[in-house]
Design a protein around this ligand. Structure first.
Ligand SMILES: Cc1cc2nc3c(=O)[nH]c(=O)nc-3n(C[C@H](O)[C@H](O)[C@H](O)COP(=O)(O)OP(=O)(O)OC[C@H]3O[C@@H](n4cnc5c(N)ncnc54)[C@H](O)[C@@H]3O)c2cc1C
Length: 586
């Protein structure tokens, strides 16, 4: 086993991890550990844009942006965090511009901006152009730009290193990170990275669902590793279903399409969003649009032979405009569905897209041990984290913003912390749990296959924990997950080798997915109201008296919740600064 020592270890090389690394790398000895080659991270798949109230093309200000974020999140947003994000958005975009990001420009040469769902002028009066973009490849440009700047600053990358455990040590009664345990894909070797501070930036967990816009690798590793070391997870019941996935496939067609003027229609050709959100129509927040689409299908106004999707109509847009602003996603429609968006509407249906929940942090990106205490030296940023700037529903373009604002904050804070802190002693044989787990997996004679269990889990979550939920569907999900976990105990892998054993790692990732699916389902059972991305048919209204709080799920050997041994649920107050909850109309 190899042992390494760095001031700061960053886990994940997506937008959040690399934005942190640029800051940390200039201040302290920093290593970035990533299971993917950095530029393959999911941030590179982001399409539509990153918002900031630059007011380059029309009047706008960061306070309107804060309000939209809070209202978009159905008032579960911590408002101090939303203020920080909206205010720092402007510098976040300008930072990227200075690093060399080729944004689309206005004729005068300013960064161009376009419309996106839920972003409005003057508290909901009409849609506003707030999203900065580089065609429909904004994430790709961000990721490349950040990577180039990491290289420029000499950040050290450990590529294809899978972090499978977090080593924690108690010092004077306070638990602190001592380092991380990583598995090197190329050799099968275990590495121990000792660090004064650790930043988690491992992204989301979309792969608990079957129909998803997320990459194969988004298995919630950081969330699961933290949870297994006693760190709570916040608001896991809130998952965003993006309205416009390609029907039957889930591949994303960015909301930028609607930002540029595309319209959703049902089988009657009706622009149905006029009924659900009369003011901003197709540009309502995603939770509302996704639910409206699902409702059209339920009420028999779906399209196609099975009446199970609706149509995204771009045919009234000029082909030249489509080619300039939406080249990639229109190509997706041609490639994957054989549909020509110039002349035919595109079949779409909601697709699992974004985890609003995750590892709880404060606005300094410090990870919370509980409602009142942070874990000194541990930070999280990006989709793995829950600050909470997105509350119960994230607005489009607020994630690329979140990863830049809080990634930067995490990088600075982790580096500054490492300047005054000492190394914490690693627990004895910190790698033991990981080594034992991998050995058991690699040598098991089990007859169950990873792919089969994962498929059953994803289909179960699509059927029971999707846009519409009830107590019955959620409890059924829990029962079935318990059975899948039993099957998982008998899993056997085919590749017994040490080098490039992806089979082995998929087995580990599947375990993360099973654990997190359980957390999502239990948290969803306990939120007996409908808010943002969480819609309970048995409790269709928002209930501010009963549920205006965050959910905190802990792994706790002494507790039992809904028949799940070792799980405890608590609540955390929402931080309200200036916007009292109001009825949410668009
Ligand atoms: C198709 C698509 C389009 C999107 N479009 C937009 C958009 O237009 N605007 C917007 O605001 N948002 C968009 N989003 C959301 C946004 O892109 C993501 O939420 C955001 O990029 C996440 O960034 P991240 O840095 O947190 O994680 P990621 O970019 O997912 O990076 C995660 C990193 O963690 C590493 N990692 C994971 N597990 C481990 C492990 N065990 N050990 C070591 N490393 C690990 C990976 O290697 C990777 O480098 C989109 C998302 C998708 C899926």
């Amino acid at each position: 086993m190899q042992v390494h020592q760095y001031d700061v270890v960053i886990v994940g090389a997506g937008g959040a991890g690399m934005r942190a690394a640029i800051e940390s790398g200039q201040r302290a000895r920093t290593a970035v550990l990533t299971k993917l080659y950095p530029t393959r991270s999911h941030t590179g798949a982001a399409q539509g844009g990153m918002c900031a109230a630059l007011a380059n093309v029309e009047e706008d200000n960061w306070e309107w942006h804060t309000f939209d974020t809070v209202k978009g999140g159905d008032y579960l947003v911590d408002q101090d965090a939303a203020e920080v994000m909206a205010k720092e958005a402007i510098d976040a975009v300008l930072d990227l511009e200075k690093m060399g990001l080729p944004f689309n420009r206005t004729p005068e040469g300013k960064i161009d901006q376009r419309r996106f769902g839920g972003h409005t002028r003057d508290h909901g009066k009409s849609p506003v152009r707030r999203s900065c973009y580089a065609a429909d490849r904004t994430g790709h440009m961000i990721l490349q730009t950040l990577y180039q700047n990491c290289v420029k600053h000499g950040v050290e990358f450990y590529n294809e290193f899978y972090v499978l455990d977090l080593a924690m040590t108690e010092v004077d009664g306070v638990r602190r990170p001592a380092g991380v345990v990583a598995y090197e894909l190329a050799t099968g070797e275990i590495h121990l990275f000792q660090a004064k501070s650790v930043v988690f930036a491992t992204g989301g967990v979309g792969k608990v669902f079957k129909t998803t816009s997320n990459a194969h690798t988004l298995t919630g590793d950081g969330m699961a590793v933290a949870y297994n070391r006693g760190i709570p997870l916040e608001d896991m019941e809130f998952f965003q279903f993006h309205p416009t996935g390609l029907a039957g496939l889930g591949i994303l067609l960015s909301e930028a399409a609607r930002g540029e003027g595309a319209i959703l229609r049902n089988s009657d050709g009706e622009r149905f969003m006029e009924r659900y959100a009369p003011t901003i129509k197709d540009l309502a927040p995603r939770d509302i649009v996704a639910r409206s689409m699902a409702n059209e299908v339920r009420e028999g106004r779906g399209c196609g032979p099975n009446k199970d999707y609706v149509l995204l109509d771009l045919t009234h847009l000029e082909p030249a405009h489509i080619d300039a602003k939406l080249p990639d996603i229109t190509e997706f429609a041609r490639t994957y569905l054989g549909v020509e968006p110039y002349t035919e509407p595109v079949p779409v249906f909601p697709t699992a897209h974004y985890a609003m929940g995750g590892i709880p942090t404060n606005i300094g990106a410090e990870v919370l041990a509980d409602n009142d205490n942070v874990i000194p030296g541990l930070y999280a940023a990006g989709e793995v984290a829950c600050v909470s700037v997105h509350g119960s529903n994230r607005l489009g373009t607020n994630s690329l913003l979140d990863i830049n604002v809080f990634g930067k904050r995490a990088g600075i804070a982790a580096a500054e912390y490492s300047k005054t802190a000492d190394f914490v002693e690693l627990p004895e044989a910190a790698e033991n749990d990981t080594v034992a787990l991998l050995e058991k997996m690699r040598t098991s004679d089990g007859t169950e296959r990873i792919g089969a269990i994962r498929k059953d889990l994803q289909e179960l979550m699509d059927a029971n924990v999707q846009v519409f939920r009830t107590d019955e569907t959620l409890r059924e999900a829990l029962d079935e997950i318990a059975k899948l976990r039993e099957r998982y105990n008998n899993v056997g892998i085919q590749d017994r080798g040490k080098r490039f054993n992806l089979d082995l790692l998929e087995a580990v990732e599947l375990n993360f997915l099973l654990e997190l699916a359980e957390v999502i389902s239990v948290a969803a059972i306990h939120r007996k109201e409908s808010r943002g991305g969480h819609f309970r048919e048995d409790f269709p209204d928002r209930d501010d008296e009963g549920f205006m709080h965050h959910t905190m799920t802990y792994l706790d050997p002494d507790s039992e919740t809904d028949g799940i041994k070792g799980m405890r649920l608590e609540t955390k107050p929402v931080i309200v600064t200036r916007y009292q909850p109001m009825e949410r109309k668009y």
